[in-house]
Ligand binder design. Structure first.
Ligand code: SAM
Length: 285
């Protein structure tokens, strides 16, 4: 048995876990960029119309993607606003987001190293300026009550916050291959992987209550469903993107890790179907 990593809920508050974002470094950031799901276009379209986002290059809107990671959400969002601020405490994730923006010709991104703890100071200099703050698969790392309270006065009338859960983790789905994956990960790491990354209904009800308590109105959740499928390499890469960097099997052990996962999964064609539900919780000013 290995020792489980420290609780992942409140990074920055646990002395054993002093720096937010530190799990997302080095190869984990590379796996994240290559293998994590992006966001389907209806999610972006829904945000654009819900908050009347304006992409005019001189008078348009400002959006914040907090916990932007490698840019899965910030990059497509950039097309709908004048400027998107991608903010993340993990330098390797942020570097990749910035480099991806350059590769894709996205020139209206501002990439800031920072965490939810920096949002009150950011909000001070942006009174009623943010049209939208998005938080994709990252709220579980943050002090969400303080965060929502800080974002409320920074948000322009008609703007809001969107807390997005981009599907169920690959090891927590209701399918034979996902259950087998969960079991083998538990055996390998010696502890059960988290079933919620801000994704389960009870967590989302807490976030909804906190948005309302911070003064956001019309708090509601919409969903975008689609069917996807993963090859074995995509499944392996997704798992490696979710392992805290210090626990990632060493490069020399990676082939054995892959073989162990493959052997544990149900036999048959190595394609793993999944139902992906993207849940978008919004609140408005
Ligand atoms: C699972 S990734 C999500 C990345 C991206 N938003 C997406 O939807 O794919 C979580 C991100 O949250 C960042 N993060 C961790 N703690 C944070 C905090 N306290 N404040 C802001 N971001 C944080 C991590 O560095 C990581 O890039």
């Amino acid at each position: 048995m290995t020792t489980p990593p420290p609780a992942r809920d409140l990074p920055g508050t646990d002395p054993a876990h002093p720096r937010p974002g530190q799990e997302f470094s080095g190869e984990v950031a590379a796996y994240y960029e290559e293998f994590r799901r992006g966001y389907p276009p209806p999610v972006l379209e829904g945000l654009r119309s819900a908050f009347a986002l304006d992409a005019d290059p001189t008078t348009g809107d400002l959006a914040l993607d907090l916990g932007c990671g490698t840019g899965q959400l910030a990059l497509p969002l950039a097309a709908h606003v004048r400027t998107v601020i991608g903010m993340d405490p993990a330098p390797d994730m942020l570097d990749r987001a910035r480099a991806a923006a350059a590769r894709h010709g996205v020139r209206n991104g501002l990439w800031l190293l920072g965490s939810d703890a920096d949002v009150p100071a950011l909000a001070e200099v942006l009174p009623a300026r943010l049209a939208l703050t998005v938080i994709g698969n990252a709220i579980h790392w943050m002090r969400h009550e303080e965060l929502f309270a800080a974002l409320r006065p920074a948000t322009r009338p008609g703007g809001g916050v969107a807390v997005i859960a981009n599907g169920t983790p690959v090891w927590a789905q209701d399918s034979d291959w996902s259950r087998a994956l969960r079991t083998v990960l538990e055996e390998y790491f010696g502890y059960a992987p988290a079933v919620s990354c801000g994704t389960v209904a009870t967590d989302r009800e807490r976030y909804a209550g906190a948005l309302a308590a911070a003064g956001f109105t019309e708090v509601r959740e919409s969903v975008v469903d689609y069917q996807g499928e993963l090859t074995f390499d995509q499944l392996l890469g997704t798992v490696c993107s979710a392992v805290p960097a210090p626990s990632l099997p060493a490069p020399a052990e990676r082939a054995a890790f892959a073989a162990r996962l493959r052997a544990a999964l149900p036999p048959g064609p190595a394609v793993y179907p999944e139902h992906v539900r993207v849940a978008v919780l919004t609140g408005r000013v």
